[in-house]
Write a protein that binds this ligand. Structure first.
Ligand code: FAD
Length: 284
């Protein structure tokens, strides 16, 4: 049985990128996503791009979901953005603290994502379904896994409905995180964030920055392929489909794919899971 899928995109910066992303979405709609989300740049560069992409998704008859980060924002700026999203027909938001680019400092009137969740609930009641981030391998700035778990619980207590995890390759970290939450009486769905492997160098560098552990055997195999991108993609799809299989068997409620605005890698994983998509999809 297929589980609900959601797809994440980032806002393109050029008109060419906008057209390319529209084509990517058209391919990925074969997976019948529950919704498509669009990231939000805390530094300000992509904030209008988020709204434009969400509007385009809504116009295609799919639920468009903006990410909203609060770092560097004021209550007035967030309230205005909520009004715009509501008027545009948005019913779900991914609520985050965000990371400011270096040199921006902290600033703004919000400190943590839990402050944002509480503010959205106070401003808009239950209009929006609120998703928040979860870190089965711990957020890199947290002092300890316990502190990070407490921070996550605070987001749920502030009104979050569902969690999406940072990507990971270690299913045990996810299962342990969910078990600990359940022991604390927290029953929100925790949807695994899935990173298909498209570019090994980029993925390994990004994983080091965001604290996602890449198992040594995966890292060494990827590095061993050198410039052989076909083998990287084939091996990557096997690894990620195997992870999804374990997560599905272990009770994961759905999957959130970090598409990186590319169709093929996500389609390859889903095809290996026996979901929609044909062999032709894999050749694109
Ligand atoms: P928080 O939940 O506020 O946590 C941040 C840190 O503060 C953690 O270390 C936590 O342990 C700690 N903390 C929280 N509350 C407290 C407290 N009360 N006391 C002490 N410590 C506390 N970034 C973007 O800029 N744009 C995006 O669109 C975006 N989308 C994302 C989508 C997903 C699904 C995920 C998993 C991440 C996304 N990110 C995005 C990255 C995210 O913004 C960063 O990981 C950021 O560093 C933390 O955001 P958060 O919402 O998890 O913050």
């Amino acid at each position: 049985m297929n589980l609900p899928l959601s797809l994440e995109f980032f806002p393109p910066k050029t008109t060419e990128g906008v057209a390319k992303l529209a084509a990517v979405r058209a391919q990925l709609y074969a997976l019948s996503p529950e919704y498509c989300s669009v990231t939000f740049g805390a530094g300000g560069s992509t904030q209008d791009g988020t709204l434009d992409a969400v509007r385009a998704i809504l116009a295609e008859g799919v639920a468009g979901v903006p990410h909203l980060s609060c770092i560097g924002q004021t209550r007035a700026s967030i309230a205005e953005r909520l009004r715009v999203y509501r008027d545009a027909g948005v019913r779900r938001i991914v609520a985050l603290r965000g990371d400011l680019p270096s040199g921006y400092g902290m600033g703004g009137e919000f400190r943590y994502a839990s402050d944002l969740v509480a503010f959205i609930r106070a401003e808009t009641g239950t209009h929006f379904t609120l998703a928040v981030a979860a870190y089965p391998e711990m957020h890199p700035q947290a002092r300890s896994p316990q502190d990070d778990m407490n921070a996550f619980v605070a987001k749920v207590q502030a009104g979050a409905d569902v969690a999406i995890t940072q990507y990971f390759f270690n299913a045990d970290a996810y299962f342990r995180f969910v078990d600990e939450l359940r022991q604390r009486g927290i029953d929100v769905p925790v949807v695994p964030g899935i990173m298909p492997i498209t570019n090994a160098t980029q993925m390994l560098r990004f994983s080091d920055n965001c604290g996602a552990e890449v198992p040594r055997w995966v890292r060494t195999r990827l590095q061993g392929f050198g410039d052989d991108t076909a083998s990287i993609k084939d091996f990557g799809a096997d690894v990620v489909a195997g992870l999804c299989q374990r997560l599905r068997d272990g009770g994961a409620p759905g999957f959130h794919f970090y598409t990186l605005n590319q169709a093929m890698a996500t389609l390859q994983v889903c095809r290996r899971m026996g979901w929609a998509g044909s062999a032709a999809d894999e050749r694109r």
